[in-house]
Design a protein around this ligand. Sequence first.
Ligand code: F6R
Length: 248
Amino acid sequence: MAILYTVLDDHELASRHVAGLMVSTINRHPSCTLGLATGSTPMSVYENLCRRYQAGELSFQGITTFNLDEYVALPEGHPQSYLAYMRENFFDHVDLDESKTHLPAAHQINENVSATVISDRYENEIENLGGIDWQLLGIGVNGHIGFNEPGATIDSPTRLVDLAASTIEANSRFFETVGQVPKQAITMGIGTILKARKIVLLATGAAKAEAVASAINGPVTSDNPASFLQTHSDVLFVLDREAASAIA
Ligand code: F6R
């Protein structure tokens, strides 16, 4: 199935567009379940959502959220954890019910509780709460979605993964040294992501252009995990001009 995409002039307009799609989804379905992403790309989406919440345009009270991923080997709430990111950029500024927000509990892994237990629990929680209605994704320069790096299979579940060298390098900008970047994460699998009823992928900037073009026009292959989105019937890529620049 061809992936639909829309191109906006720049990062801010693309972010505003995605926030607008989320606002109308939430206003139509005030108790829906959102899948959320972290990283640099969605920051202005969250900013837009917070602004529109403060302007009284919507409420998140009935909303349930599941984040895509969390680093392993960081204590809970570590400043570089995705939980801290979500609190700082979104959760602390809106009326979300904290008990309805979820991230993989990677900090709970220890000698008695394996990553598999934590991953299976997350997968079951998503399923038990009725699945994800609307999933926000970013994309890595290598085509990863969530932390499903090249090599990930189409039916992969939530699991422990090793981060690719290029991901560790790209994410080192958030840490003091590259050595501090966690080498592993728990991520929703490609199979988990593909179960979402609607998927919106936001990509901006020239660095993402090749990954975006091959996800849309290339073969469906684990060499570019985002290409698996071609098999889903309701996917939209929201791009800025730079991220769209390599699409044939
Ligand atoms: C984040 C995630 C990743 C990012 C991707 C792009 O939760 O799952 O797939 O979306 O690494 O990151 P940025 O937006 O920082 O370029």
